[in-house]
Design a protein around this ligand. Sequence first.
Ligand code: GAP
Length: 440
Amino acid sequence: MTIVENNLPSLNDLTSHSKRRGFLFQSSEIYGGIGGCWDYGPLGVELKNNIKESWWKAMTLREDIEGIDASILMNPTVWEASGHVESFHDPMVDCKKCKSRFRADKVDLNKACPVCGEKNSYTEARNFNLMFKTQVGPMEDTSSIAYLRPETAQGIFVNFLNVQSTMRKKIPFGIAQIGKAFRNEITPGNFIFRLREFEQMEMQYFLKPGTQLEAFEEWKKIRLDWHKENGIRPEKLRYHVHEKLAHYADHAVDIEFEFPAGWDEMEGIHSRTDFDLRRHQEFSKKNLQYVDQLDNNNKYTAFVVETSVGLDRTILAVMCDAYRVENPGDKESERVVMRFKKKLAPIKAAILPLMKKPELEEIAMKLFKDVQLFCRAEYDTSGSIGKRYRRQDEIGTPYCITIDYDTLTDHAATVRDRDSMKQERISLDKLSLYLKDNLL
Ligand code: GAP
């Protein structure tokens, strides 16, 4: 068996595979779509939920981290305090001829417009705020302006004291959150890499001043390990240390993945000093200081190390890494297989009666119902068994279980492993245990 190990699929291959197999659809496709927005289909949402669960467990099954779910709309002063109103900009240029719009830092301003070919066609660069503005309530005046949050982090900062006091947390401790964020990106694209509506999984870890560097180093390692535990090949992951730091940060590193378009950011780990809590204190005029009972009731504004990973980018990386074409060009044996880590696979087992015969279907349906009690399974009766195996390979199902005529006498089924394609006969009464042992 020749396995094409090292190659990543092209984004086109992955986009069409995702659509064909029900992972992702263009948002509002029947109306021509809308830039920077995608819908997760039946298999995509399972994969997404499995990745969320993997992150949520990694973050909250610890004694020092609590979760929250803050609202998307917040008091607009939050975004003044955070600096987003003043400086969450990208520089933008337009082509004077075809009016196409580009991020000034992403096009070569000395070259012709990539859309219409016009030379020397760009306007002066001007700043474009990436926050979506909306109105809250029936009055459309300046007092009703609100923003769709461009990051989930601020919902955590403004709840720092609520969580600390209600959960009786002692520093160091963290707050974790998964939720939607919105950015009016000038040039969304590369499938689900750069979106206007996306999801973040963020954790803010609150620290005593002076301890942030140690925590930063610890979180760098924890977060890289998490990506590896999700099955991403280590050689496709690397750190990128920021040399130019944002004004509030004293250390920053990205975890990058080698996407089909090249190495790029999947997660940011930032040591944000006490900037955010200090600014919220200033703007809200509320005391957000922490009283350290373990240190003579010393009061201080907590420092923060943040880990911020894009859920959609993680899904893209997991899908790129899992997608393999095996034995390409060989009509008999070529197959596309999504080698998802088993815990992330959208469907864990497929139950396949060999023929549409009542005596086989009865056993298969009972097994399907048993398996569905503890993991997501699929029941499929249509097409040849070979075709059904291929379809399950393409969606990354770890196990196919075939009920055949021998089952009627030996009370066993054939279990086929997705990766090795090896088949073994397992007795029906041991199947659930077998799956639990191998999947969970
Ligand atoms: N609170 C810090 C923060 O938001 P960021 O580097 O701007 O930091 C964190 O974003 C992560 O969110 C990124 O590493 C990326 O995975 C994801 N992300 C940011 N903008 C995105 C977009 N337009 N589309 C998809 N994911 C995005």
